[in-house]
Design a protein around this ligand. Structure first.
Ligand SMILES: *[C@@H]1O[C@H](CO)[C@@H](O)[C@H](O)[C@H]1NC(C)=O
Ligand SMILES: *[C@@H]1O[C@H](CO)[C@@H](O)[C@H](O)[C@H]1NC(C)=O
Ligand SMILES: *[C@@H]1O[C@H](CO)[C@@H](O)[C@H](O)[C@H]1NC(C)=O
Length: 231
C-alpha cells in the first residue's frame, strides 16, 4: 500500500508539473510573435547556450548578472532592448532597436542579429534563438529570459535538452546573487557605462579581430588576461 501511494504520488506530481517531452521537434518548436506586447517589461537573463567560442568561459569568469528592459519604440512593430551587465562589479549597458517582421526580430546595431521565439514550459519566460553576425562568422545563441528570481530545476533541464537538440553547448547559468545594476535607461549620470555607441561605431575590422581572437585558445587567453588586469 505504501509503495502504491508513493507511486501514485510520484505520478501525480509529475503530471502536475510542466509536461516533459524528449522529442526534439516539440522541444525546438518555434512560436509565433503576434505582437511586441508579450516581450515588453523587465527580464532577467537566466540561461544562455551559444556556439560563440569562449563565451561560456568569459561569462562565468567575469559576468555577475544581466537584466534587461524591453520598451516600445515609436513604430508599432519595433522595440528597444536596454540590457545591463554587471562585469567585475561594474555596470555596462547596451540599447538595441529590434523590428518584428514575420515572427522574427531583426536588429543591425550594435551587431546584426535575428531572433525567433521557441516554445518553453516556463510560463514566466521567453526563449530566444538568435543568429548573430560577428566579423565574418554567424553564431547561434539560445537565451532564456525570466520574470522570476529563480528557475526550477525542471526548467533548467528542459533548456539543456533544447540546447542539445539544436547542437548547442550546455548552458551558462546566470545567477543574481550579487545584486543587479541600477536602471540607468532614463538618466545618464550614473556609474553605468553605456557601450551602445562604442559598439555601433566600432570599425568592422575590430569585429573581425574579435571574432578571430575568440576562435583560438590563445586569443581567448589574451582576452581573459586583459580582463584580469582590469580588476
Ligand atoms: C517618437 O515620437 C515622438 C512624437 O511624435 C517624437 O517627439 C519623438 O522624437 C519620436 N522618437 C523617436 C525615437 O523617433
Ligand atoms: C512574410 O511572410 C509572408 C508569407 O510567408 C511573405 O509573403 C512575405 O514576403 C514575408 N515578408 C517579409 C518582409 O519577409
Ligand atoms: C539563422 O540562420 C539559419 C541559416 O541561415 C536559418 O535557417 C535560421 O532560420 C536563422 N534563424 C534565425 C533566428 O534567424
Amino acid at each position: 500500500m505504501m509503495l502504491f501511494l508513493i507511486l501514485a504520488f510520484t505520478f501525480l506530481s509529475a503530471g502536475l508539473s510542466a509536461p516533459l517531452t524528449s522529442d526534439c521537434d516539440t522541444l525546438t518548436q518555434q512560436v509565433e510573435i503576434p505582437s511586441r506586447d508579450p516581450l515588453l517589461g523587465v527580464w532577467t537573463f537566466a540561461l544562455e547556450s551559444t556556439d560563440i567560442p569562449g563565451s561560456k568561459l568569459l561569462l562565468k569568469m567575469f559576468v555577475e548578472n544581466v537584466w534587461g528592459k524591453v520598451f516600445p519604440a515609436n513604430e508599432s512593430d519595433s522595440i528597444f532592448v536596454f540590457q545591463v551587465q554587471k562585469i567585475l562589479g561594474r555596470c555596462f549597458s547596451i540599447t538595441s532597436k529590434l523590428t518584428l517582421v514575420n515572427n522574427t526580430l531583426h536588429t543591425e546595431h550594435p551587431l546584426s542579429a535575428s531572433e525567433v521565439l521557441l516554445r518553453t514550459s516556463c510560463s514566466d519566460c521567453i526563449l530566444l534563438l538568435s543568429n548573430t553576425t560577428l566579423g565574418e562568422s554567424t553564431y547561434r545563441t539560445m537565451q532564456l529570459l525570466t520574470r522570476r528570481p529563480k528557475l526550477t530545476s525542471a526548467e533548467i533541464d528542459e533548456f539543456k535538452r533544447q540546447a542539445a537538440c539544436l547542437n548547442l553547448p550546455p548552458p551558462a547559468i546566470l545567477t543574481a546573487n550579487k545584486g543587479f545594476c541600477p536602471d540607468s535607461s532614463a538618466s545618464k549620470d550614473t556609474e553605468t557605462t553605456d557601450l551602445t555607441s562604442v559598439l555601433s561605431q566600432a570599425n568592422p575590422e575590430y569585429m573581425k579581430i574579435l571574432d578571430k581572437l575568440l576562435s583560438s585558445q590563445s586569443g581567448i587567453k589574451m582576452i581573459v588576461d586583459s580582463m584580469r588586469n582590469q580588476k
